[in-house]
Design a protein around this ligand. Structure first.
Ligand code: WT7
Length: 658
């Protein structure tokens, strides 16, 4: 019932936003694209034909793997599907590091720039593939010496420095499983993630630059390690050189332990389906989900999608302006681009710092040809005004991209006009931490409509289902994937039941993405937002219940309900209703204290924008917080059926709080 209502509400909103404009990709771009070359080779004439033929997923992904990957021992079988468990390239011996680094040492890619790093203070450092290879090997050797090996979990709590990809690849090289934790997360959030997967080693840095300030990371890591008994060692990379607290025996300087290590290191030959990494993401409970990804399937998925969607060619300069702490950075800063041997820009700092045109200046300076960012960033730049991009020569740009949340047509148009100068198609890519790579996305041959991620990528069986599980068009429904795909998650860390329950129980043997979506009469997918209790704040997923548990962990709070409100810049903003302990007086000081408390418990991104004190929050008789009702009341929409509420009077109070 509740689900149906949400679908209906979002559908009504969508009708108002129906977009009619269609933008054709520039003819020469389409004609010379990687995807077009592949179609010609296979005698495929149209996009429709491509999408239809590639529904033979085993044929298609085998084609892609044979083109892009290099196995130590060939696989016997493309896919083994025992729903909801998939194995790709079964029997193959493989390691993603071989494709991302080792194999390049035999070609001209060796001396090509892999990362052009720009620190926030402005220094620039180029890392060739050979540099990366050497540094990865040194660190991998040092890690092996510490007793870290195949299957061990390594936590990486690092900012946007090239040393983060180095550390990720060093783990993969020796078969260890990395778990990157976003550097904006707090010590408590880090500790939870370190503990969930029994982390053996943590790698972090001293401080890093953000908006002109030095952010101390090592002290946070120390606080987390107090709560994480499994961590045996902590490797610390020196970024700023400022003093940090030190625990002798446990803590080791990166530069010291790698100094005498050889620049060669044998890559562990793994099973194609061995785990590459765990990445935690929010769900509907207070505990994040440990999404697992495996080597070979993920490798082909990220490389193929990047090659086709953003059309990467030898001379391109690729800038994925995401943080490596999220899946976008894993797939499209580290693994995808490196498998393709691409040159990437990597930037340490804040977007419009110290000047509003920092990004546009960087695009001009580094001759960026493809830019991939989020609607939130586009809206923030839109607010600063087009004078800033207009000051710069950005004619090297040929493609633009968007990810993380639906891009509203206004932001799409601004991005297209002032960044792309009406000449760059915008690739609005829909995907998730779980999917590993783009799932619904334009190609350089797709006619674009602002605000839609267009069609499924070849080899992806996406549909929109109604409540009965029938494919529908023209109305809001559930976004599902009917067949497995190579980069799909391989379950949740030590939690197969939650994996089955969250993704595979609503429709038989079909993946439920959790997004309300409408497919129009031309087969375009309009993603409208989450169907579950998960918020999307500035393109980052935050579970309502995570913020609620953080608030309730404060001694003065008895209960809380957190909802998302539409926000001009961030997509959604966090709004919390808080019931205080008996005898505690509401005050502005307490509001500030609670905001800070959430910052400490989870991280700054999760601090509520608004906090309202109430006597009660609307709940069902079984005690479930009715967020749908609260949200409707708070944003002034129709509340609908409240007959299941145990305390309807609480709804009125929510209304008055506004
Ligand atoms: C959720 C996944 C995938 C990397 C960034 C976020 C939303 C993502 C789009 C898009 C509309 C989008 C969905 C999805 N989302 N891309 N192009 N259009 N919505 O990864 O944290 O795993 O979040 O982000 O709601 O389910 P994530």
């Amino acid at each position: 019932m509740a689900e149906e209502k949400i679908v209906k509400e979002k559908e009504d909103i969508q009708v108002l936003l129906t977009e009619k404009r269609v933008f054709e990709p520039p003819a020469d771009l389409a004609a010379n694209s990687n995807v077009k070359a592949w179609m010609d080779k296979h005698g495929i004439k149209t996009l429709d034909e491509l999408l239809e033929k590639t529904q033979d997923i085993e044929w298609f992904w085998k084609e892609m793997a044979d083109e892009l990957l290099d196995f130590y021992k060939p696989y016997d079988k493309v896919l083994d599907w025992d729903a909801p468990w998939a194995k790709w390239f079964v029997g193959g011996e493989y390691n993603i590091v071989h494709d991302a680094l080792d194999k390049h040492m035999k070609t001209a890619v060796k001396d090509k720039v892999c990362f052009r790093f720009e620190g926030e203070p402005g220094e620039i450092k180029e890392w060739t593939y050979a540099d990366m290879y050497r540094e990865v090997n040194k660190l991998a050797n040092a890690m092996r010496k510490l007793g870290v090996g195949k299957g061990d979990r390594v936590g990486l709590y690092m900012p946007m420095l090239v040393e983060l990809p180095v550390a990720m690849l060093a783990c993969a090289k020796i078969g260890a499983i990395h778990s990157v934790v976003f550097s904006g997360f707090s010590a408590t959030a880090l500790a939870e993630r370190l503990n969930d997967c029994d982390t053996k080693l943590l790698i972090t840095c001293d401080h890093f630059w953000r908006r002109g300030n030095k952010v101390a990371l090592k002290p946070q890591a120390d606080d987390a390690m107090k709560l994480s008994p499994t961590v045996e060692h902590c490797i610390v990379y020196k970024r700023t050189g400022d003093e940090v607290p030190w625990t002798e025996g446990r803590d080791l300087w990166w530069h010291e332990i790698t100094a005498d290590q050889p620049g060669e290191c044998e890559t562990e030959k793994l099973d194609a389906n061995d785990l590459l990494y765990i990445l935690y993401t929010s769900g509907t409970t207070g505990h994040p989900k440990g999404i697992q990804h495996a080597h070979a399937g993920y490798a082909v998925g990220t490389a193929a999608t990047l090659k086709w969607v953003f059309d990467l060619k030898e001379d391109d300069v690729w800038w994925c302006a995401a943080d490596i702490g999220w899946v976008t950075g894993h797939s499209y800063i580290v693994y995808g681009p490196m498998i393709l041997g691409a040159t990437s820009v990597l930037y340490e700092g804040a977007p419009a710092f110290p000047e509003a045109d920092r990004w546009w200046d960087m695009i001009e300076k580094h001759k960026v040809s493809v830019l991939y960012t989020s609607p939130t960033a586009v809206r923030a730049h839109m607010r600063l005004g087009e004078d800033h991009p207009n000051k710069h020569d950005m004619k090297t740009l040929r493609l633009l991209g968007s990810v993380g949340e639906p891009i509203n047509p206004e932001a799409w148009m601004w991005y297209h006009k002032f960044v792309g100068k009406d000449n760059c198609p915008i690739m609005d890519t829909w995907w998730q931490t779980e999917t590993g790579h783009f799932m619904i996305t334009p190609l350089p041959i797709t006619s674009l409509k602002p605000g839609t991620a267009t069609h499924p990528f070849p080899g992806i069986a996406a549909k929109v289902y109604n409540e009965e599980g029938e494919p529908i068009t023209g109305a809001g429904g559930h976004l599902v994937i009917e067949k497995p795909w190579p980069g799909m998650l391989r379950g949740l860390y030590k939690n197969p039941d939650r994996y089955k329950d969250v993704y595979w129980s609503r429709f038989k043997d079909t993946y439920l993405a959790g997004d309300v979506t409408r497919m129009d009469e031309d087969g375009y997918f309009w993603i409208q937002g989450r169907a579950d209790d998960v918020l999307n704040v500035a393109g980052h997923r935050i579970g309502n219940s995570e913020v609620e548990s953080a608030l309730v962990s404060h001694p003065k709070v008895a209960e809380s309900a957190v909802i998302g409100k539409p926000h001009e810049l961030k997509g959604e903003s966090l709004c919390a209703f808080v019931v205080l302990m008996q005898g505690v007086e509401p005050s502005d000081e307490l509001r500030a204290e609670l905001r800070e408390h959430v910052g400490v418990e989870i991280g700054k991104i999760a601090r509520p924008d608004e906090i309202w004190f109430v006597h009660d929050v609307p709940k069902t008789r079984s005690g479930k917080i009715m967020r749908r009702v609260i949200r409707a009341k708070a944003v002034g929409e129709k509340v609908g059926d409240t007959s299941t509420l145990a305390n309807p009077e609480a709804v009125e109070e929510i209304g008055k709080a506004h």
